[in-house]
Design a protein around this ligand. Sequence first.
Ligand code: ASP
Length: 311
Amino acid sequence: MQNTNAVVVVLGTGGTIAGTSAPGGDERLYQAAQLTVGQLLQAVPGLPPGLECEQVAQVDSKDMTHGVWHRLVARLGQHLARPEVAGIVVTHGTDTLEETAWFLQRVLAPAKPVVLTAAMRPATAAAPDGPGNLRDAVTVALDAGARGVVAAMAGSVFAARDVRKAHTSKLDAFDGGDAGPLGAVMDGKVTWLREPPSDEPLGAAHLPPDVAAWPRVDLVVSHAGVDGAVVDALRAIGAKGIVAVGTGSGTLHEAMQRSLHEAQAAGVTVWRATRCARGEVAERPGDFPGAGDLTPPKARIELMLALMGRS
Ligand code: ASP
């Protein structure tokens, strides 16, 4: 069921959805983050009335920063508090969409829907996928069953916890891991397969106002031939947390593990994630805590927020 007479705010952050290539040139050689969110909306026929838009950032999302996230949290907080706003759409690049989605869900876990969408082809492509994805995202934002941060891509709706970029180039580049999609959106209608999950939000007030003060958390990867040099270097530059991306169920090369134990003894919080695309990290007595089924970039966010929550 769709909310009627409601406002949807569309926040632009850049990405391929706002990308352009030279007229007549190779569409693979495009520049992301060129068109404004207002221009993107103009290219979508048949949108409902009551849309507002605002440009929050203009970045290729491979270059996403904590500063943009902080700004997004502030703008979302302001618009979500407006009674006439039914939901919010955020246009984004595909590369770090899953990170922004999880960050926003863990900080805000809003009762209203915040729908991230993106495109695999630039706006100037012969057959761009952005306009359809944007229209679907507005449909989800107006749906009475929607809540929290979700992603709408290529006809599927994913929960922030589950969504991940799973293919480098296909139009349906995203999947929801073992959990799969939350629902589907087609012809202006959302079909839910399960309830959007609720998460306990950290609250925007916990974010240090200066992003330079956010705890530094890095990812290191366990692999054949690895040693502890990267872990030692991270400890030396003052990392507060390290997520060690392990093999299989979260096992770590012994050479790296030694340095991780030394880092932990020096006050660095160490968690484990996995290089595998599916499945959970196994908890083992005496080992570093596992990040469950969170992908490594989401585990990094989770640890960063956990460290903020402790301060
Ligand atoms: N590099 C682009 C970005 O993430 C890729 C995309 O949007 O598909 O902004």
